[in-house]
Design a protein around this ligand. Sequence first.
Ligand code: C2O
Ligand code: CU
Ligand code: CU
Length: 526
Amino acid sequence: MALALRRRGDQLNAQQAHGVLPASRSQLNASSLAQFVDRLPIPEVIQASGHRPSPDNASVQLPYYKVAMRDFERKVHRDLGPTRMWGFAENSPGPIFEVRSGKGTLVEWVNELPKKHLFAIDHSIHGAEADKPEVRAVVHLHGAKAGPASDGYPEKWYARGKSALYHYPNDQEAAMLWYHDHALGINRLNVYAGLLGIYFVRDDFEDGLNLPSGKYEIPLVMCDRIFDLDGKLIYPVSGDPKAPWVPEVLGDAILVNGKLFPYVEVEPRKYRLRILNGANGRSFHLTFSGPQTAWFPNFYQIGTDQGLLPAPVELGRIRLMPAERVDLVFDFSSYAGMNVVLRNDNFNAMQFRVAAKGEQDRSGLPKVLRPIAKIPETSAAKTRMLTLVEFDDAKGRPIRTLLNSAHWNMPVTENPVLDSVEIWNFINLTNDDHPIHLHLVRFQILDRRAFSVRTYLSTGEVKFVGPPVPPDPSEAGWKDTVRADHGMVTRIIVRFEGFAGRYVWHCHILEHEDNEMMRPFDVMPR
Ligand code: C2O
Ligand code: CU
Ligand code: CU
């Protein structure tokens, strides 16, 4: 295999997908649709259907939820026909979980999906061979500190008619987690079909901050898609019917909570906006714009993937890679009677219609949020050097990006000891930025530093060509997904807490993940 360096994927305005459209389908031009004609849906909060004993302690009863994955039709826009999609409890995004820190939950995830997939399966991909059932699913709660048996390991998929009962201890700080399919080799297709949803962990500390809450807190799940003229989902293919996988999918239609260009009515006051990038591969560059297009009001970021920042950070623009979350406070009080638009690059995503008057705003935006103790570098028991490398296949197509040049089924190489601290260096030799995610843990970003890719490829030495760049203030909190910039070494520091057992780490561009940019890791018992 030859090392290849390629430039692709970061032309965020180029509304093209890599690959071709399946035969006889014409793509809808999303910008031709009327904007702001559909109300923003907010997924319902799911109610427990009873109680069951905790697997940790049979005398403790935990709330038990049962959620079916199903196929259904939903309108994504007033002027489009219904879209066939997959979701949880007949919704995409699925129902919202509201749980308290330290109070465990049991969730039975049931596969009631149809026999045929909505999209073409690539049987040449590891784990998606033709002897496997076409439709398989397994649910992972992204950001959860859960035991290995409840983590949704990609090989633990199950077919239609089967289910898995998972235990989430929720023994972690308040944060917006999200659940999504993780089935080996078809994860990108299952999530694109709609298998994702939000899971809030709340705690007393956060409650004590008096942040905007209730109807003044709005979750926004953003993902890009491609539709045909009838409103059906299109997932592009390579043109080779034996190997339809494409390296990246960028759609021109942005769903916010399952609608295109929705609007929401708000009061002139502070709102808390919880945004998830649920896209397969697109990074979002978000701004707000007021009645004059060249006017970008600032907002405050108060949290990251894994919870609150030490202090609010004032920003005018935010970049979110796939799977990253951001917790914002936006103050609409100076825009009474006006409209504010949330934009991605130069494209409108949704609209906030600010009422002329509202109830008095009694919420706060404290100057100090949640203190975060830095994990000292001296506490690290081990430092790992891990490369992100892109390879061509035999036909010279840019095929797959690997972690440390290793395939999924090679022996486990990352095996931290439970409760130990490690520093992981992501040495990005590709020409793309990759969002790297570790299951089970939360971590802190130490820095990013430019190095010579050329020197590394010829000698295997990391030769730095620039100073270390500290994380952005907006990243100075607990993360579970980190942007590993091209041409940089990105360092994170992690304490492997919670459970021993087998987990995975991977790139969260789902096309990469499915084609082996994912590796198991073992947390070893002490
Ligand atoms: Cu969003 Cu392996 O996870
Ligand atoms: Cu995860
Ligand atoms: Cu990647």
